[in-house]
Unconditional design. Structure first.
Length: 338
């Protein structure tokens, strides 16, 4: 390996540029993967609009085959397949040893603080590589990371089989949450989203029903479906106003989980949450157990996330598709397949 193609961020707000870049080396304790597939995430789109990080290779939802093995790495061979948990950590602190890598104080995000997988190759710590069964497609591997995000949100909710749930937002995270809820034994799942194509996809992957919040009262729609108010609300949008909305539509004594990443101030009237005695929780990233469980469910065919993939593009097409995704679209998850 000596040179590869990569789609890089030049300046905030500008299109990605596909360039020749130096191949990554497998340093001590690291692997280099030949990228099979990498998802375009909404956080990538926001990052590219907001921050000027010249030369950054984005991409943190990826899988690939082992192309190089660094010193000190055992248990891997060239050609093995892996999904990347996109965090480089110290591996020694309490957070790392307890399987919570995002809470490591030295955690560096692959695709933000380290080069990511909008490229032919990507380097990552061997400890962050999770073996993929040969039966899984590249699309499955690229979906492990966003599926783990959704599973973590559900686990943060303390979900139990037989419960009803209200999911606010039918984007990739909200749809993945609906998919998991159905697979894990939810009774009724209502997804709220103003976009018709997202509502249709939500029903395809597991929602019992959907509602357009611009046309109908969400709380009433949930009662009509489940026969009771929403005791579990998972917010997956991340725009100002949704925190209050989640509190407003929740039942008395409900659990409200915030999985949407809001980057702006979001006003909340605490009295409403207080009077209902809501349990308000936030979910961020995932644990190693979430990652392993996701791969296991995929391998056992307990979940089918492939309907979430609405297109695949190669590296040369990636800049145009990336720009298109910055605007309203019917797409869900677009994969780059170098």
């Amino acid at each position: 390996m000596c040179a590869m193609r990569a789609a890089v961020l030049q300046h905030a707000g500008e299109p990605l540029a596909v360039i020749d870049a130096a191949d990554p080396d497998a340093g001590p304790g690291e692997l280099v993967l030949r990228v099979e597939a990498c998802g375009i995430c909404g956080s990538d789109l926001h990052l590219a609009q907001t921050y000027s990080l010249p030369g950054l290779v984005l991409g943190h939802e990826f899988c690939g085959t082992v192309a190089a093995i660094g010193p000190g790495v055992e248990g891997w061979e060239e050609g093995d397949r892996a999904a990347g948990l996109p965090l480089a950590t110290c591996g020694r602190c309490v957070a790392c040893l307890s399987g919570r890598p995002r809470k490591c104080e030295r955690a560096a995000m692959i695709g933000i603080e380290r080069p990511g997988a909008y490229a032919e190759y990507v380097a990552l710590p061997a400890a962050s590589a999770h073996r993929l069964p040969s039966t899984l497609e590249p699309a499955h591997g690229a979906l492990v990371e966003p599926l783990a995000v959704a599973l973590h949100a559900i686990r943060r909710a303390g979900f139990e089989p037989g419960e009803d749930a209200l999911v606010l937002g039918g984007g990739p995270v909200g749809l993945a949450v609906a998919l998991w809820l159905r697979a894990l034994g939810a009774r009724e799942v209502l997804v709220s989203d103003p976009v018709a194509s997202r509502r249709a996809l939500a029903e395809q992957v597991g929602a019992s029903a959907t509602v357009d919040p611009a046309a109908s009262d969400v709380a009433s729609a949930f009662v009509a479906l489940a026969g009771t108010s929403a005791g579990l609300v998972i917010e997956c949008v991340g725009v100002p106003g949704l925190l209050q909305h989640a509190v407003d539509v929740a039942a008395v004594d409900a659990r409200v989980v915030i999985a949407g990443v809001c980057m702006a101030p979001d006003p909340l009237t605490p009295l409403t949450a207080m009077m209902k005695e809501l349990d308000l929780r936030f979910a961020y990233y995932y644990t190693e157990a979430d990652f392993r469980a996701t791969i296991d469910h995929l391998d056992r065919e307990r979940i089918d996330p492939l309907p979430l993939v609405t297109d695949e593009v190669d590296l040369e097409e990636a800049p145009d598709r990336f720009e298109a995704l910055k605007h309203p679209t019917d797409e869900c998850k677009v994969l780059i397949t170098p």
